[in-house]
Unconditional design. Sequence first.
Length: 117
Amino acid sequence: QVQLVESGGGLVQPGGSLRLSCVASRGAFSTANIGWYRQAPGRQREWVGTISTGDNTSYADFVKDRFAISRDDARNTVYLQMNSLRPEDTAVYYCRATYILSRNVYWGQGTQVTVSS
Protein backbone atom coordinates (compact mmCIF):
# COMPACT_ATOMS: atom_id res chain seq x y z
CA GLN A 1 0.00 0.00 0.00
CA VAL A 2 1.27 3.45 -0.89
CA GLN A 3 0.18 6.55 0.96
CA LEU A 4 0.28 9.94 -0.70
CA VAL A 5 0.38 13.10 1.36
CA GLU A 6 -0.24 16.52 -0.13
CA SER A 7 0.91 19.71 1.53
CA GLY A 8 1.50 23.36 0.76
CA GLY A 9 -2.05 24.58 0.49
CA GLY A 10 -3.33 27.70 2.17
CA LEU A 11 -4.82 31.12 1.68
CA VAL A 12 -3.32 33.34 -1.01
CA GLN A 13 -4.35 36.60 -2.63
CA PRO A 14 -5.31 36.74 -6.30
CA GLY A 15 -2.20 36.88 -8.43
CA GLY A 16 -0.16 35.06 -5.81
CA SER A 17 1.65 31.74 -5.94
CA LEU A 18 1.72 28.47 -4.04
CA ARG A 19 3.69 25.29 -4.43
CA LEU A 20 1.99 22.05 -3.51
CA SER A 21 3.87 18.87 -2.74
CA CYS A 22 2.80 15.26 -3.03
CA VAL A 23 4.98 12.79 -1.15
CA ALA A 24 4.73 9.02 -1.47
CA SER A 25 5.33 6.79 1.53
CA ARG A 26 7.12 4.09 -0.39
CA GLY A 27 9.60 3.71 -3.20
CA ALA A 28 9.27 2.92 -6.90
CA PHE A 29 7.75 6.37 -7.26
CA SER A 30 9.66 6.76 -10.49
CA THR A 31 7.44 4.09 -12.04
CA ALA A 32 4.26 6.08 -11.47
CA ASN A 33 2.52 8.71 -13.52
CA ILE A 34 1.34 11.43 -11.17
CA GLY A 35 -1.75 13.48 -11.74
CA TRP A 36 -3.06 16.54 -9.95
CA TYR A 37 -6.79 17.04 -9.60
CA ARG A 38 -8.97 19.55 -7.84
CA GLN A 39 -12.48 19.74 -6.50
CA ALA A 40 -14.30 22.94 -5.69
CA PRO A 41 -17.38 23.00 -3.46
CA GLY A 42 -20.43 21.73 -5.32
CA ARG A 43 -18.40 20.69 -8.35
CA GLN A 44 -16.99 17.46 -9.67
CA ARG A 45 -13.34 16.65 -9.30
CA GLU A 46 -11.42 17.80 -12.37
CA TRP A 47 -8.06 17.02 -13.82
CA VAL A 48 -5.40 19.71 -13.54
CA GLY A 49 -2.33 18.09 -15.05
CA THR A 50 -0.07 15.05 -15.19
CA ILE A 51 3.61 14.27 -15.18
CA SER A 52 4.68 10.96 -16.66
CA THR A 53 7.49 8.65 -15.65
CA GLY A 54 9.46 10.22 -18.49
CA ASP A 55 8.87 13.75 -17.16
CA ASN A 56 6.41 14.61 -19.89
CA THR A 57 3.75 17.00 -18.67
CA SER A 58 0.27 17.86 -19.81
CA TYR A 59 -2.20 20.39 -18.43
CA ALA A 60 -5.81 21.35 -18.53
CA ASP A 61 -6.44 24.43 -20.63
CA PHE A 62 -7.53 26.48 -17.65
CA VAL A 63 -4.09 26.20 -15.99
CA LYS A 64 -1.76 26.27 -18.97
CA ASP A 65 1.04 28.82 -18.63
CA ARG A 66 0.15 29.33 -14.96
CA PHE A 67 0.79 25.94 -13.33
CA ALA A 68 3.77 23.64 -13.67
CA ILE A 69 4.34 20.09 -12.46
CA SER A 70 7.75 18.68 -11.65
CA ARG A 71 9.04 15.61 -9.87
CA ASP A 72 11.96 14.58 -7.69
CA ASP A 73 11.95 10.80 -7.67
CA ALA A 74 14.86 10.66 -5.23
CA ARG A 75 12.53 12.29 -2.69
CA ASN A 76 9.38 10.47 -3.85
CA THR A 77 7.89 13.90 -4.39
CA VAL A 78 5.93 15.67 -7.10
CA TYR A 79 5.30 19.40 -7.06
CA LEU A 80 2.57 21.60 -8.43
CA GLN A 81 3.77 25.17 -8.83
CA MET A 82 0.79 27.47 -9.12
CA ASN A 83 1.27 31.05 -10.27
CA SER A 84 -1.12 33.89 -11.11
CA LEU A 85 -3.76 32.31 -8.92
CA ARG A 86 -7.37 33.29 -9.39
CA PRO A 87 -10.38 33.00 -7.08
CA GLU A 88 -11.73 30.26 -9.34
CA ASP A 89 -8.66 28.16 -8.52
CA THR A 90 -10.04 27.75 -5.00
CA ALA A 91 -10.48 24.02 -4.39
CA VAL A 92 -9.11 20.99 -2.62
CA TYR A 93 -6.14 19.73 -4.62
CA TYR A 94 -5.38 16.03 -4.81
CA CYS A 95 -2.55 14.00 -6.27
CA ARG A 96 -3.01 10.58 -7.80
CA ALA A 97 -0.33 8.02 -8.53
CA THR A 98 -0.82 5.41 -11.23
CA TYR A 99 1.86 2.76 -11.15
CA ILE A 100 2.76 1.63 -14.64
CA LEU A 101 3.47 -2.04 -14.00
CA SER A 102 0.78 -2.93 -11.45
CA ARG A 103 -1.79 -0.37 -12.65
CA ASN A 104 -2.51 0.32 -8.98
CA VAL A 105 -3.92 3.77 -8.32
CA TYR A 106 -3.53 5.74 -5.11
CA TRP A 107 -4.98 9.09 -4.03
CA GLY A 108 -3.85 11.55 -1.43
CA GLN A 109 -6.17 13.12 1.11
CA GLY A 110 -6.05 16.57 -0.48
CA THR A 111 -4.89 20.02 0.51
CA GLN A 112 -7.07 23.13 0.53
CA VAL A 113 -6.16 26.09 -1.65
CA THR A 114 -8.13 29.29 -1.16
CA VAL A 115 -7.57 32.31 -3.38
CA SER A 116 -9.19 35.38 -1.92
CA SER A 117 -8.46 38.98 -1.10
